[in-house]
Ligand binder design. Structure first.
Ligand code: AMP
Length: 216
């Protein structure tokens, strides 16, 4: 099974990808995480990417293609793509190498994004996502999963968030029509907070993935 998580920054793509991957044996591929790893390792790609990421701009398509190719070659399970594709060019490139079963589009309002990202804290080691208000770690500043240090991403500062939203609207939002035309876009209301007991977002995603799994 091959799934794309699509949606503005802060829509919950990474959080839901992590919640879904186990049940369907999917490898979670986040291009943002791959780039952050490259930055930590100070590779030439990482050094070039950092400046653009800190400003809320996209990195060049070729850079993403090279990073992904290396990763995809090694994977033998289904995949859940998070943060890729982000441009029509990337979607065209993906079409050449993989047949996508569904695109889960997380619909979210600007106010929700601003509130979520301004309070988001991420594990430096494993990338697990927490929130200072709605998904608190058991011990402040420490990841529940791996005990790594939690930090606020440089690009989760308000000024950068606004630019990331602008970039999404200009470059990534056109993918909604691209995948709608292919008949594989599934809209999901992702405005509720992840700690809300009424939340059904994960179940809504599972219904879609169950249907795909039954057809495979
Ligand atoms: P994310 O972790 O998905 O929010 O990505 C963080 C940043 O990494 C983005 O704001 C971009 O600068 C860069 N990035 C991640 N994925 C891509 C992609 N597919 N194409 C271009 N830039 C990307």
């Amino acid at each position: 099974m091959k799934i794309i998580m699509l949606g503005a920054p802060g829509a919950g793509k990474g959080t839901y990808a992590k919640k879904l991957k186990g049940k369907y044996n999917l490898t979670h591929i986040s291009t943002g995480d791959l780039l952050r790893e490259a930055i930590v390792q100070k590779t030439p790609t990482g050094l070039k990417a950092k400046e653009l990421m800190d400003k809320g701009e996209l990195v060049p398509d070729e850079m993403i293609r090279d990073l992904l190719k290396e990763k995809l070659d090694k994977i033998e399970t289904g995949i859940i793509l998070d943060g890729f594709p982000r441009t029509i060019e990337q979607a065209e490139m993906l079409k050449e190498i993989a047949e996508i079963d569904a695109v889960l589009k997380f619909d979210v309002e600007k106010e929700t994004v601003l509130r979520r990202l301004a309070n988001r804290i991420t594990c430096k080691d494993c990338g697990e996502i927490f929130h200072t208000i709605s998904i608190k770690p058991e011990v402040e500043g420490i990841c529940d999963k791996c005990q790594g240090e939690l930090y606020q991403r440089e690009d989760d500062k308000e000024e950068t968030i606004l630019n990331r939203l602008k970039t999404y609207k200009e470059k990534t939002a056109p993918l909604e029509d691209f995948y709608k035309n292919l008949g594989i876009l599934k809209n999901i209301n992702a405005n509720l907070d992840m700690s809300d007991p009424k939340i059904t977002v994960v179940e809504e995603c599972q219904e879609i993935l169950d249907e795909i799994e039954n057809k495979l």
